[in-house]
Design a binder for this molecule. Sequence first.
Ligand code: NDP
Ligand SMILES: O=C(O)C1=N[C@H](C(=O)O)C[C@H](O)C1
Length: 252
Amino acid sequence: MVRIIMNGCNGHMGQVISRLVAEDKETEIVAGIDLADKGIHAYPVFTEISACDVQADVMIDFSSAKAVDNILDFCKAKKLPLVLCTTGLSEKQLEKVTETAKETAVLRSANMSLGINTLLKLLQEAAKVLAEAGFDMEIVERHHNLKIDAPSGTALALADSLNEAMDNQYHYVYDRSQKREKREQKEIGISAVRGGTIVGEHEVIFAGPDEVIEFKHTAYSKTVFAKGAVEAAKFLSGKPAGMYNMSHVING
Ligand SMILES: NC(=O)C1=CN([C@@H]2O[C@H](COP(=O)(O)OP(=O)(O)OC[C@H]3O[C@@H](n4cnc5c(N)ncnc54)[C@H](OP(=O)(O)O)[C@@H]3O)[C@@H](O)[C@H]2O)C=CC1
Ligand SMILES: O=C(O)C1=N[C@H](C(=O)O)C[C@H](O)C1
């Protein structure tokens, strides 16, 4: 049985994961961490991460970028593997993630779905042909009106994947509503929409002379992310220190 600490246990994702794990024979949540104990979970909930003294095999985090520094310190000190799903991290926090992964296993992924992680690879083949031929690359993401960070972590990961395929020669433009003299050749535009209960949509558009190719992923429920996170927790439990991503989980 893989014992999980759920950070952000009261949140949307924390609650979906709690329901999923309750029906899973291979995992159990042994503790939760959140800003308040709302009495909605069967497991103990800690309102200070430093107070959590429960033995576990792995932590799953879906909380807030503000929480991430303390989470990294906690996991490093306890040598606790971490599935880090929170988005909107600063450059400094990303460096801290890399440092922490020298001491314990860390799997960071902005999107836990099988679809997006497959798309990240497919796009590299497309970019090599189309961007090379002069097609422009644009990303449009749409999310619910409660989402804090913009652009989404997934949009940034998609842009990074395209850029990597092009030897990191591109830079990112986030605000298409700004008037500009001309489009630069090597730019990836990233646009964000926030509204209603949209779970998560990501479009990658390759636009060339007289033809357009679009790749689109739509998440219809948060369960796709929750399932990926639980699979990642099972994978990461017992793994040595290092940086992991969802391709390690998908490819075994
Ligand atoms: N990688 C992926 O596949 C996915 C990533 N995400 C990311 O996960 C994060 C959470 O998403 P979601 O569940 O929708 O958000 P929610 O706001 O619904 O949940 C976050 C929870 O974390 C709590 N929280 C805030 N600060 C802390 C803290 N310091 N310590 C512990 N808990 C804290 C919040 O409390 P309170 O409400 O009181 O502030 C809330 O209960 C976001 O960054 C989102 O972008 C989301 C879906 C998929
Ligand atoms: O906040 C969300 O909801 C989501 N966040 C992730 C992101 O920022 O990419 C993943 C998913 O799209 C849902």
